[in-house]
Design a binder for this molecule. Structure first.
Ligand code: DOR
Ligand code: ZN
Length: 333
């Protein structure tokens, strides 16, 4: 079967959740990825050294083959000592959620000034900042673009701070990242590369594709594809895999369970763009370089095989459920 073998990938943005469901989600991730940056919007949030250390240990216990890049959540008023203690506990990334922007973000940042002391400390300690870049008060399709002035302010106030704009969804944000200093990068998901608002809403509502930020227009998707396939080291993969149990999903929770299909979707996208030889950079090289990490050992094999995505995986309706994909992926030794 025609296929490719490339370096084992990183996922710089995933929600592995907590409690009983975590083990299955962590193992599912380990089937495709060598390393993951798990997001800290748990309840309570990962905002103290003890919570962070416990959380990383729970993932390593569940999925020994999956290395963890510890991420803490920025809380208004966190000071330099808080950040230093988190760094000493192993944190590499701090996540900025605007208050009210997404799942469990009520305790997020209301005004960027609230994070200034922590961001200064992060820069001094070499930690990276990951930002959920949406302005919650703007109309839902304009939230990402409306947040760009806040990103400008952060870059101006903290030169040298490594900043990753998470889950890029629109053309304006792509161009903003391209024009920003070299210390600025961005993650892009498989679903924003493969789907648009039409797929989510056009025929009938596909709740498996409902997430924040919303997938946008074909023109936005084309810009995301251009950036991901460009070979620019500013752009790298973050799945934003965000499983919700069926009852929460039925109640309107945003988040797609992308882990079971992400690599297959990415291979299809890069193949369509004639850029399969750039896939390894996007999923296994650029992000590690941005974050100052060694590249992973081991590899992942991707091959052409049609399969229909099941209606349930790990008790969750996955992204692309019921659709036929043309690639499969599995980690090798
Ligand atoms: O759709 C989303 N779901 N976007 C986020 O930013 C958070 C995530 C979640 O935790 O469910
Ligand atoms: Zn997320």
């Amino acid at each position: 079967m025609p296929g490719i073998e490339i370096r084992a990938p990183d996922d710089f943005h995933a929600h592995l959740r907590q409690g009983a469901p975590l083990a299955a989600f962590a193992r599912r991730h380990a089937a495709g990825f060598a390393r993951v940056a798990p997001m800290p919007n748990t309840l309570p949030p990962l905002a103290t050294p003890a919570a962070l250390v416990d959380y990383v240990a729970s993932i390593e216990r569940a999925a020994p083959g999956l290395a963890v890049i510890p991420v803490f959540k920025l809380i208004p008023g966190m000071d330099e000592n808080d950040v230093r203690a988190l760094a000493e506990a192993g944190a590499r990334i701090g996540k900025y959620y605007p208050a009210g922007s997404t799942t469990n973000s009520g305790d997020g940042i209301r005004d960027p000034a609230e994070a200034d002391e922590a961001l200064g400390a992060m820069r001094d300690l070499g930690l990276a900042l990951a930002v959920h870049a949406e302005e919650p008060s703007a109309p839902v399709l304009e939230r990402e673009t409306a947040f760009l002035p806040v990103l400008d302010r952060i870059v101006r106030a903290h030169p040298g701070l490594r900043l990753s704009v998470e889950h890029l969804s629109g053309a304006a944000a792509v161009r903003w990242v391209e024009e920003a200093p070299e210390t600025v990068g961005a993650t892009i998901t498989a679903h924003h590369l493969c789907f648009t608002l039409e797929d989510l809403l056009g025929e009938s509502l596909d709740t498996a594709l409902y997430c924040k930020p919303l997938p946008k227009s074909g023109a936005d998707r084309a810009e995301l594809r251009r950036a991901a396939c460009s070979g620019s080291r500013k752009f790298f993969f973050g799945s934003d895999s965000a499983p919700h149990e069926p009852a929460r999903k039925a109640a309107g929770a945003a988040g797609v369970y992308a882990a079971p299909v992400a690599l297959a979707l990415l291979a299809g996208c890069f193949e369509e763009e004639g850029a399969l030889d750039g896939l390894e950079g996007f999923i296994a090289v650029h992000g590690a370089a941005f974050h100052g990490l060694e590249p992973n050992r081991g590899s992942v094999r991707l091959w052409r095989e049609d399969w229909t995505v099941p209606e349930a995986v790990d008790g969750v309706r996955p992204l692309a459920a019921g659709r036929t994909l043309r690639w499969k992926a599995a980690r090798s030794a």
